[in-house]
Design a protein around this ligand. Sequence first.
Ligand code: BES
Ligand code: ZN
Length: 638
Amino acid sequence: MPPRALRGQLLAALTALALTACAAQPAPEVEAHESAPIESGRDYHTLANVDEFRVRHLALDLTVDFAARRLKGTASLDVDRIAGTGRTLVLDTRGLDVSAVEWQPGAGADAGVRAMPLSFSIGPEQAPLGAPLSIALPSTAKSFVVRIHYATRPEASGLQWVVPAGTAGKLQPFLYSQSQAIHARSWVPLQDSPQVRMSFDATVRVPPGLRALMGAEHDPAPGADGVYRFHMPQPIPSYLLAIAVGRIDFRPIGARTGVYAEPEVIDAAAHEFADTEKMLETGEQLFGPYRWGRYDVLILPPSFPFGGMENPRLSFITPTVIAGDRSLVSVIAHELAHSWSGNLVTNATWRDFWLNEGFTVYLERRIMAAVYGRRRAAMEDLLGYQSLENEVATLPPAEQILAIDLRGRDPDEGVTDIPYEKGHAFLGWLESRVGAASLHAFLKAYFAHFSFESISVEQFLAYLEPELLSKHPGAVTAAELHRWIDEPGMALAIRPQSDALMRVEAVRTAFLAGETTAAALPYARWTTQERLYFLNNLPASVPRAQLDALDAALHLTDATNSEIAFSWFGIAIRNEYAPAWPRLEQYLVSVGRRKLIVPLYTSLMKTPSGAERAHAIYARARPGYHPITAATLDAIVH
Ligand code: BES
Ligand code: ZN
């Protein structure tokens, strides 16, 4: 038991959390909420009446129409009434064309009753949330099923319809979804909130020669008739709902792991991700049982806007991590780690997003340390920490808070290094105070305790206190916790130590002092992480002669590793290094991963000649980008 005072302080800290969250400087868009304190655990990003009804199961029957760029069919929702006697069910939608809603009779009082049409209406669009679909219910039944007949629109924010030219094979189109954070509502009418979990079944009808995939149990053999069936017994939040259709093969890696990819990339992908089974076994040892059956990865076309997306049973992965040498597989460790942090224990709202991502980065580095050694994990730690330092130097203070207030904004705007690297740094700091063994045991218990639940930061803190802090009296103060969760900056973060990168640092210093030439750098012997450290830490301005020498010796303009190319192109843009332009253009036209292109466009826009180049490139590249990426870039490349 902790001393009373500490418990009292913690309670005070919890209260302060709720209060200071709204005292933080609001962005202009959130002004409407300025005076209202933020309510812990309340999802401000759904229009659905989740306090009255809960969707428990979803049954989809969808036909994929590539010519019309539409999914068309039905979504049947099994709904429980959890409070009141209201006669209106409100669901989230964004740009859906709803043609009919039916009441599907259930058991009990309804037995024998035929399906009947229900009246419904779609309210006005409330950006960024979409439009509410209100359905008039014929009774106050406790449980019922509604079936919605609908079609998506070509511009659905959660779908990308990729033309054949945007795929590896260039033969067939490709479709994939990206539901996180609030894009599921653009392709399925549902309660689009991370605190609602549902199981699902789906039938997906696709054109001949294409395969449909979802993050669910299915037959890995291609269906001859173009009809694919899926069954997901574990309840998932809507942001994890995922679909992909394309010319896709399967290759097993281990007993529970495998790769789906276009035939052109499947060999490279299977080689790159050969350690996935080992990572899964490691995850189970460290964090507890793997609750999802299989773990497969799907390699998407290069326009995929993220490094990876942790769709349960089937992570979606960018092809830009296929470097040939497994140097970027931390993305797999990361998405796999979400099987515990995120998918099993889920953020209750987007304010709690760091519980997903910060914990996952911490788990990711533990998997990397176990599979590839501490040296590799320590380098990735330090690179992440430096990235956080750079972000903290530029982000406004209100954006640097872990428990961020995103009311009135698109939750995608909260995706910065703060939830990831500051969240991770918080756990690293906690580890330094209570010891690794104690924190690791706590985390394992945490995943078991909250499995298949969605929790807020306050629920996490309320569990942390008795289950960890009380066992280490005096190790952590309430003021420190408060500072971590509720205040900007990273003052308490502990700088990671990497001996390997210290040696690179010495070489970097010598090079900048003119004591070593570019040709004499041990670059060929360095790992990707050492190379990245060297490049990331070059000064803002590098003389042309040095750039020429580096490029000649290290072939940076021709780098095939997507992260190294990214780092080099950043240097090239800052220093107007023209020899890099053709490759830069090729990179920006072929890669759609936001993290790798948004900063390059931003940097180009800082000078008139760069802006001119950005405009020309963007005109060529935009048609191939995902709607989310195009929306971000439209605001930057004006
Ligand atoms: N869940 C995220 C991706 C995401 C977050 C999509 C928020 C939409 C909204 C995924 O797990 C992720 O973090 N991906 C990273 C991978 C990296 C940290 C290894 C990415 O895409 O860069
Ligand atoms: Zn993640």
